[in-house]
Design a protein around this ligand. Sequence first.
Ligand SMILES: Nc1ncnc2c1ncn2[C@@H]1O[C@H](COP(=O)(O)OP(=O)(O)OP(=O)(O)O)[C@@H](O)[C@H]1O
Ligand SMILES: [Mg+2]
Length: 313
Amino acid sequence: MIEVRGLTKRYGDVLAVDDLTFDVEPGKVTGFLGPNGAGKSTTMRMVLGLDRPTSGRALVEGRPYAALAEPLRAVGALLDPGAVHPGRTGRSHLRVAARTNGVPQRRVDEVIELAGLGRAARRRIRGYSLGMRQRLGIAAALLGDPRVLLFDEPVNGLDLDGVRWIRALLRRLADEGRTVLVSSHLLSEMQQTADRLVVIGRGRLIADATTEDILRGLGTARVRVRTSRADELAAVLRRHGATVERTGAAELEVGGSSAEEVGELANAARVPLSHLSAVARSLEDAYLALTGSSVEFPGGRTEPAGTATGVTP
Ligand SMILES: Nc1ncnc2c1ncn2[C@@H]1O[C@H](COP(=O)(O)OP(=O)(O)OP(=O)(O)O)[C@@H](O)[C@H]1O
Ligand SMILES: [Mg+2]
């Protein structure tokens, strides 16, 4: 379990993490989603005691990281897969990490197997592809057989096989009852990987719910409606749980309701409509509206609703 409470980090003028509060529960894959610069890595570093919060706190298994008796056995992390000695072999890198952390050497071969490093483990890290470095980082995270795991953008730069392999690994780790927090800036990736999502933008919490609920709330099928009494209709729709966005003086875009429902609610409230239609909206567009970001998604905007895939199949 990870508990984040009022966590805040300021770098000079930049408020990187702004009063974040959320829990990461065991037995689930929790996606940590936000556009570039949202504060995901900073939050993870604070959970791991690598960065000091300006205020607030983060607890791992009920304690601050620094107070854990055997940190590597409690929590494993993949942060920056580049930070290894290039002249060592993968195996010797892992052996050193095991020795300095009191992990038995036989565990090294287990994690090499688990991470699918295989024969590459005997080659020098200098010659590793990005995918192999990523696997080595994951092997290192698993060394202490920790109950809590943090992966910062583990699929970045991986090919399809690598992406699928990581998804399956995260699932297995969660099914074993571990706490798994995995960050990404791609909703389409998290959609296929995470049971729950903690969504942040500009350091602030935007959503914290099951992936299913968040996707439903985002509503890829939206309804466009025009009326001279837009404020009145917006209030009616919100009372019925719809999300309403003002897209013009006399125009609203509605999520979480079908066109039929919007029509019926308008009729019941005696609000005359001049236009009512369903509009397709890609997941990425919906996510951008949610996070209020100007970040572009590769390919996301040109694809029809529901099939936007970012970099994944
Ligand atoms: N050491 C630092 N010094 C100054 N500013 C920093 C530092 N680390 C992060 N920041 C700033 O804090 C904000 C959050 O950065 P962070 O790396 O946590 O975002 P992120 O969500 O991980 O983004 P990305 O998806 O690009 O990895 C950014 O504005 C970043 O420029
Ligand atoms: Mg980051």
